[in-house]
Design a protein around this ligand. Sequence first.
Ligand SMILES: C[S@@+](CC[C@H](N)C(=O)[O-])C[C@H]1O[C@@H](n2cnc3c(N)ncnc32)[C@H](O)[C@@H]1O
Length: 278
Amino acid sequence: MRSKYLVKELLSEITDLLTPYIPRASREAQLLLMAHLNIDELWLITHQTTEVENTKELFEWVNRRVKNEPFEYITNRVSFYSEEFFIKEGALIPRPETELLIEEVIKNFPDKESSLTFVEVGVGSGIISVVLARHFLNASFIAVDISEAALEIAKVNIEKFGLSDRIELRLGSLLEPVDEKIDYLVSNPPYIEDGVVLESNLDYEPQNALFGGKVGDEIIKELLDEVLKQKIKFFTCEMGYDQQDKIRLYLEHKNIHSLEFYKDYSSFDRGFTLKVQN
Ligand SMILES: C[S@@+](CC[C@H](N)C(=O)[O-])C[C@H]1O[C@@H](n2cnc3c(N)ncnc32)[C@H](O)[C@@H]1O
């Protein structure tokens, strides 16, 4: 490592370091450098012969990336619903398909002025509650998680978007810490079957954000029980691609108004909205 590099030299050296380990190494090198210098693509293209100093942190990032640590945990940023959020190890990295859960809620509840009480179970980094709070301007949110580490990360994002007065974080399991009447429940719970072997970069993500139990849908079913018991009018939930039939069966002969499933960008089943009769 030298004390100074031209941008083009840095890109070439980082690409060489990443190439044995990472597909699309030259693109990753660009993205790491852009995040490190806080610059955009146009700057990068037009400043190939600009000198860069203080590259120690950048090379530390490269060393972490070659071990397959996710880019988002290294750079502490992730984009979701066209906004940039803070992220670090301890909360799940938001996935693009979760944007569809937001779309689903907005479709089901067109009145964005309404003063609803939303509850989110499994807030993680806070992306769902934050995006919904920016859409439903008079709504209040209670956001629950069993992970203190996740709640700390959600707090950073809630403060970043100036929403501390409308999103309250609570530590606990499922709806245990919530006594209030809930108008709309949302959740992207862990729903993968215990023991499934996942890609190695998922080792960095909190396992209690991924695995939902022996079958996988246990947490979803516990939430369904609560929704029926408390007669919560709306429940939108993400789920696994193969869980539609089990959820349909579970709700057979129960007193519901409607149950609609939605698909993700690859046309796999990805979630549902349950409406319950009062
Ligand atoms: C799939 S992650 C979703 C995070 C975030 N909402 C998102 O969509 O990116 C699931 C979250 O549920 C939390 N969780 C797991 N079991 C829980 C439980 N019994 N009660 C509350 N939260 C739970 C995990 O800690 C994790 O933050």
